[in-house]
Unconditional design. Structure first.
Length: 499
């Protein structure tokens, strides 16, 4: 059986706690890997190593940092398929989805390669006689990242490339459900020339997380995961004096107006709801149909959903893979089996799906629920699986009010041909990311990603300008230098005295 250990100080460090996690192949259900689960002492060793490395990395030149990052970007590009294969083996998503994940992570590495312009300061001269004021940004020290199972390569790359480009050192605690990609990312960084200790990976469960949150030498924590855990991360780390960005869960809505291109809207709903098996915080999980278009829209969504081929991620013909674990599959299925009792019409029920030759895999098919009530479990909870809810409203105003009443505010979308309606929507909707005829409005790397309300805890979004600001702190320097011509008598610096 394969073993995944920690990566500390530029080398593999065997787990010493005696605790191990099990990693399964979601397509077969077979246990393929054991992963070391760190003790508090092992977390401390990683943080201590990162702190020592910060002594030189934090004062290194920008050209040295970016040179390494350019080499790193080239290595990541050359190893795309290898990284994607690890993701498919442990997460289950199809290879094309895994490649897309790597590509989105590379965007942030590319942003980090241009960090020289992001870290430029400001200067005001002559604010008073012979007085100048400058503003600069400096790194924090040791920072940590705690990342989820659904994007085991992309989300870490949303964090550590920017953090180390800004001069920090990093301790990554990836999900123990699919840990291998994180180690490969760290190994490639070392191959690119990143000094030992700048990027460290410790695997673990709640013990490791809580150790990072309490460690006195960790200056900041980045997190992506569910809302309850994000709330805990934010409260605990903040109470320990750390800077925190904690991205939580979502219930992303898509508003479809009567004038929308329904074929385009149906295509978007299917790809956004069922892509990556719905295991993403930017999935569209609720479609709000306005007016009389509901029946036609549901029919078009069903027609498309029934054609999606589900199978192992290693099969090029597969368009959707299994869910990460059997327990998660069962939880997702419970929302579908209980939907009718809570008033929904079950248009598609994917809970009985079986895949020939992979009977023990964590399979579930696509489910579509219509006429869903806002007080039902399927609507209220973040399901994190291939289940799409359709709700009906009579007007645009009712639809926006319904969406704004949700405690989540991650991403949202509107489908319409009316520019005025789209403009109103982007101003009136209470969410951090908005798509206009775009179903998954994930910002490009040089804009920041993050939601509102229960989808974000902390003041900074992730990557983009917010990411740079999160991983640095500002300093203002006020300077007065006497004019050389005012030097004491007897000191001649060659400057004229007739000013």
């Amino acid at each position: 059986m394969k073993t995944v250990n920690h990566w500390i100080g530029g080398k593999t460090v065997e787990g010493a706690s005696g605790n191990w996690g099990r990693v399964t192949d979601p397509a077969t259900g077979a246990v393929t890997t054991q992963v070391a689960l760190a003790s508090p002492e092992e977390v401390d060793a990683a943080v201590t190593t990162a702190k020592a490395a910060y002594g030189t990395w934090g004062t290194s030149s920008l050209s040295a940092r970016t040179g390494i990052l350019f080499s790193y970007r080239a290595l990541l590009d050359a190893h795309r398929d290898e990284i994607a294969a690890l993701i498919t083996a442990e997460h289950g998503k199809v290879h094309s989805d895994a490649l897309g994940e790597v590509a989105r992570g590379l965007e942030i590495v590319e942003l980090a390669c241009g960090i020289t312009t992001q870290l430029k300061g400001e200067l005001s001269t002559q604010v008073s006689s012979k007085v100048d004021v400058s503003s600069i940004r400096q790194p924090l020290g040791v920072v940590a990242g705690i990342t989820p199972f659904n994007f085991p390569a992309m989300v870490p790359m949303w964090m550590f490339p920017l953090a180390i480009a800004c001069g920090n050192t990093f301790v990554l605690k990836p999900s123990e459900k699919d840990p291998s990609a994180a180690n490969l990312l760290a190994e490639l960084a070392a191959e690119a020339g990143l000094p030992d200790g700048v990027l460290n990976v410790v695997h673990g469960d709640k013990v490791a997380v809580d150790s990072l949150l309490a460690h006195p030498d960790v200056a900041a924590v980045s997190f992506v995961g569910s809302t309850p855990i994000a709330r805990h991360i934010h409260a605990t780390a903040s109470a320990n004096g750390k800077r925190v960005q904690a991205l939580g869960g979502a219930k992303n809505h898509m508003l479809v107006l009567p004038d929308a291109d329904l074929d385009a809207a149906a295509d978007a709903a299917v790809s956004a709801a069922y892509g990556s098996a719905g295991e993403r915080c930017m999935a569209i999980s609720a479609v709000v149909a306005v007016g009389a278009i509901g029946d036609e829209l549901v029919s078009k969504i069903r027609e498309r959903a029934e054609k999606i081929k589900i199978g192992p991620g290693t099969d090029p013909a597969s368009e959707m893979g299994p869910l990460i674990t059997a327990a998660h599959r069962d939880k997702v299925a419970s929302y579908v089996t209980g939907a009718a009792a809570q008033g929904a019409e079950v248009v598609l029920d994917g809970t009985g799906l079986r895949v020939d030759g992979y009977e023990d895999g964590h399979w579930i098919g696509l489910s579509l629920l219509d006429h869903v009530s806002t007080d039902s479990d399927a609507y209220r909870d973040e399901i994190f699986g291939p289940v799409l809810c359709v709700l009906r409203t009579e007007t645009y105003d009712e639809g926006v009010a319904l969406m704004n009443a949700s405690p989540f505010g991650n991403g949202t979308a509107i489908f319409t041909r009316d520019g005025g309606a789209a403009r109103r929507f982007q101003l009136e909707i209470e969410a951090g990311m908005v798509g206009v005829n775009v179903p998954i409005p994930v910002p490009v790397g040089y804009h920041s990603f993050g939601g509102w309300k229960d989808s974000l805890f902390g003041d900074h979004h992730i990557y983009g300008n917010d990411g740079v600001h999160f991983y640095t702190r500002g300093k203002v320097v006020t300077t007065r230098w006497p004019d050389p011509a005012d030097a004491p008598a007897g000191v001649d610096l060659g400057f004229p005295r007739n000013h």
